[in-house]
Design a protein around this ligand. Structure first.
Ligand SMILES: Nc1nc2c(ncn2[C@@H]2O[C@H](COP(=O)(O)OP(=O)(O)OP(=O)(O)O)[C@@H](O)[C@H]2O)c(=O)[nH]1
Ligand SMILES: [Mg+2]
Length: 330
């Protein structure tokens, strides 16, 4: 008997692939169970998902239990970006300018006390932004650690009205080193293994904000000298706004996101709802993102897109590129 799963099921399953922590995965598997029609055709799948929850629970329990209060920000969209920085740098203004969220933007520091989320549209996808409380030499919310460890990219916002905007970068890096997090412009596997054990590296872009104010250009020049070797760097005015489109493109490039449009033979291509993959992912990864049965039954695919002739036949292990169109053949 066929499972006849509804479209939401596949959308949720795609999110599952992007989830990192066991806890996050458990929540998503529960959602899968909730939307799945309950009949004979889904008995096996239901049993399998319940087994998966049990396995993930065991995995979650292996980790040391952390005391204290924590926020969990569930990932949505193509990737999650966390806004970090020293007080008053303009993190909340950046969130307000890029998303529909309405954070408190104030002339005084430490106005933001809890994480606040907004979705930032980019072309036909969107990224999730998370605004956070400021980090100072003597203050960082303890729960911020988990949020940073779990995120896909850090946007480190510094303030061009400060005489030395680079100080904001050092403050944040020193504070994070104390909780075993290293911010890096580039992460290659070899480099990561050079870090002391238990350190987590997070890919980071430095965003110098308030470039509409006097002296900003000169200070950005100085900042470039000290930081452009270590981090991708961009200058913006979150308030005006200025440089935000360029920043979004840079973020998209850095994340190495591959959008793939998929379809079954004889069916139309849906260009509004790409499957989100990582650089290096193959036709098999795209199939798995849709359904594991598709992965099992897949024989080959036909491709439309860059560097191919239309309808070219490719094998299961073919590496996909951004904006490729894939037709699955089973
Ligand atoms: N001129 C100018 N002012 C800005 C810009 N971005 C933010 N500001 C101002 O800087 C101040 C701080 O902005 P916020 O967005 O609240 O800064 P924050 O980093 O969230 O600060 P916390 O209160 O510590 O959370 C506010 O008065 C904003 O209006 C900008 O691009 N240009
Ligand atoms: Mg704020």
């Amino acid at each position: 008997m066929p499972a006849n799963l509804p479209p939401e099921y596949y959308a949720i399953e795609r999110r599952y692939r992007l989830a990192k922590s066991p806890q996050e995965k458990i929540t998503i598997v529960r959602e899968l169970l909730a939307v799945m029609p309950k009949h004979k055709g889904t008995d096996k799948l239901q049993a399998e998902l319940r087994g998966r929850i049990a396995r993930l629970n065991r995995e979650a329990q292996k980790k040391p239990v952390k005391r204290g209060f924590s926020y969990h920000v569930r990932k949505e969209g193509a990737a999650q970006l966390v806004l970090l920085g020293p007080p008053n740098a303009g993190k909340s203004q950046t969130l307000a300018s890029l998303t529909n969220a309405t954070p408190e933007v104030t002339p005084y520091p430490f106005a933001t006390r809890t994480p606040l989320v907004g979705m930032m549209p980019f072309e036909n996808i969107s990224y999730q932004l998370v605004d956070t409380p400021s980090i100072a030499p003597d203050f960082m919310e303890p729960w911020l650690v988990d949020i940073i460890r779990n995120t896909d990219l850090v946007l480190l916002i510094v303030d061009l009205t400060e005489e030395n905007p680079g100080k904001g970068i050092d403050t944040v890096m020193v504070r994070l080193a104390q909780v075993k997090i290293r911010l890096r412009g580039e992460i290659t596997e070899g480099e990561e293994s050079e870090e002391p054990p238990a350190f987590v590296c997070k890919k980071t872009i430095v965003v110098a904000n308030k470039n509409d104010l006097p002296q900003a250009q000169q200070r950005f020049g100085a900042l470039k000298d000290v930081c452009a070797q270590r981090f991708p760097l961009i200058s913006i005015s979150a308030k005006q706004p200025r440089g935000l489109e360029e920043m979004k493109s840079k973020i998209h490039k850095l994340l190495d996101i591959v959008r793939v449009y998929t379809k079954a033979p004889g069916r139309p291509m849906d260009r509004d709802d790409p499957v989100i993959l990582k650089k290096g992912d193959t036709v098999m990864d795209a199939a798995q993102a849709i359904h594991k049965d598709l992965l099992r039954d897949l024989k080959y695919a036909r491709l439309w897109g860059s560097n191919k002739f239309d309808g070219q036949r490719v094998e299961r292990n073919y590496i996909l590129e951004d904006e490729d169109m894939v037709e699955f053949h089973i």
